[in-house]
Design a binder for this molecule. Structure first.
Ligand code: AMP
Ligand code: ZN
Length: 470
């Protein structure tokens, strides 16, 4: 398996620290609002990479943090006249609801910054002790001049950054690029006590501290949107490696940005969708299918037409999947045709192994669907065991890894339509009974259906029925 590593700018062979185990950290949301479909792209990509690694047989310890104290949260709290804690709680809850709807698997751990204040303080104390950080009147900064490798992830040179920088000049800092590890509390802001006075952690340090606590000093994979390469991930490397003297992350994975109608997505342009809004009208499978058709590292242009096309595109797989469920239920005996399932499993794995090439993995599934459809239409009667193998393949690949198929949902649809078909047959028999003046039978059908909550109504346009909700 090969992964493109932002640090080396090469596709590298994937080798884990411990055999068959992967330690993976993903930068999660700042919980100050509902997350948008750009954030969702990053969460879905990280989730699919995790599921692909699990498909390969790795045991993945997957950590995704929640930034629950930050300027954005404090601003929102002031605007809404509630506490920062209430803002964070409200949007953390919304985050968990939305990722569940998106079929993003819960992380092994979802650590929160405010629950790791002691770890963060210990981390900063170590950096001060080692000479990498300094305290100016209750604000603690990381001294980037002390960390020789600064810039190794983003490829940025310190002198160029200093020269160009639109970076705010802060009188307190030795160097404009030094970043805050601990921020002194301003009046009215939430704070925690520390050796440097009352204050709160900076954003970068929380990821270093929580990654170290839950995964250890060196981890296999760290991922996030490409906007985080600089300064966030560059700073995470500086803090973590300065403290431990060890390599922080072996493989850095970055997700391309999502734009809308070829423009940057932003609130002020009004071209902004929350994941909630989209999931009120579309199913998770459709949105995931849209994301997964583009390689995770490339930018993705979102359009409503594109999303509608995904809805149509999925029909091909879903029609076959629904048919397969019905055939398995019938428990048929028949022919078991020659079909090389292994070939498709291999092709699917080759796609994953090539830097998580999900667009290719989707193409493999579509080719599989085409070939199976050919067999179904050409053979007479196929055995249920064959349909079970088709189900297995779609379940393991399209459902469990890509989550662009949902068998439970389809089963409910198939069952519902079977029930509807049966009711229609009974209505037809009742109509015939009435024509034949067999009112006893007609009434019996109506009354028996009523007993199971199906209410028939004779209208001028024919018979309609309602299902009573019990
Ligand atoms: P935030 O809540 O802003 O800290 O972002 C949470 C995650 O979403 C981070 O990994 C970001 O890099 C990622 N992200 C933010 N905006 C976008 C976007 N437009 N496209 C893709 N990923 C994004
Ligand atoms: Zn982070």
């Amino acid at each position: 398996m090969h992964i493109y590593n932002t640090l080396t700018k090469k596709k590298e062979k994937f080798q884990t620290i411990e055999p068959n185990k992967v330690k993976m950290y993903v930068c999660g949301p700042t919980v100050y609002d509902f997350f948008h479909i750009g954030n969702a792209r990053s969460f879905v990509m990280a989730d699919t990479i995790r599921k692909a690694l699990e498909y390969k047989g790795y045991e993945v310890k997957f950590v995704m943090n929640l930034t629950d104290i930050d300027d954005k949260i404090i601003n929102k709290a002031n605007k809404e006249k509630i506490s920062a804690k209430d803002v964070a709680e409200k949007y953390s809850k919304a985050f968990f609801e939305d990722i569940e709807k998106l079929k993003v698997k819960k992380a092994t751990v979802h650590p929160k910054a405010t629950e790791h204040i002691q770890e963060i303080i210990d981390f900063i104390s170590d950096l001060i002790e080692k000479g990498y950080a300094y305290n100016v009147d209750g604000n603690v900064f990381f001294d980037i001049s002390k960390f020789k490798d600064y810039g190794k992830l983003s490829g940025k040179k310190i002198d160029e950054l200093e020269a160009g920088a639109r970076i705010e000049i802060n009188e307190n800092k030795k160097n404009p690029l030094d970043f805050a590890l601990w921020k002194k509390a301003k009046p009215g802001e939430p704070y925690w006590s520390s050796p440097w006075g009352e204050g709160r952690p900076g954003w970068h340090i929380e990821c270093s501290a929580m990654s170290c606590k839950h995964l250890g000093e060196t981890i296999d994979i760290h991922a996030g949107g490409s906007d985080l390469i600089f300064p966030h991930h560059e700073n995470e490397i500086a803090q973590s490696e300065a403290r431990t003297g060890k390599k922080f992350v072996n493989y850095w994975i970055h997700f391309g940005f999502l734009n809308i109608d070829n423009e940057k997505m932003s609130k002020s342009l009004g071209n902004f969708f929350t994941t909630r809004e989209i999931l009120a009208k579309y199913r998770a499978q459709e949105l995931r299918y849209l994301y997964l058709q583009t390689h995770y590292s490339a930018p993705l242009n979102f359009t409503m037409e594109g999303l509608n096309a995904c809805k149509k595109g999925l029909e091909k797989i879903e029609t076959l999947a629904a048919y397969v469920i019905e055939q398995i239920d019938k428990n048929l005996e028949g022919e078991i045709p020659e079909f090389n399932f292994n070939y498709y499993y291999q092709q699917f794995e080759i796609a994953i192994d090539d830097d998580f090439n999900f667009p290719k993995a989707i193409a493999v599934i579509f080719e599989f669907v085409r070939e199976i459809n050919k067999l179904i239409s050409s053979e007479n009667k196929l055995d249920s065991t064959f349909y079970k193998s088709v189900y297995e393949f779609l379940h393991k690949t399209a459902e469990k890894v890509l989550s662009i198929l949902n068998f439970d949902e389809l089963k409910r649809k198939v069952e519902r339509s079977l029930e509807d078909d049966l009711i229609d047959i009974l209505i037809k028999i009742r109509q015939e009974a009435k024509i034949n003046k067999n009112y006893q039978l007609a009434d019996k059908i109506r009354d028996e259906l009523a007993k199971i909550g199906i209410i028939l109504q004779d209208t001028k346009d024919g018979v309609i029925y309602k299902k009573e909700i019990k």
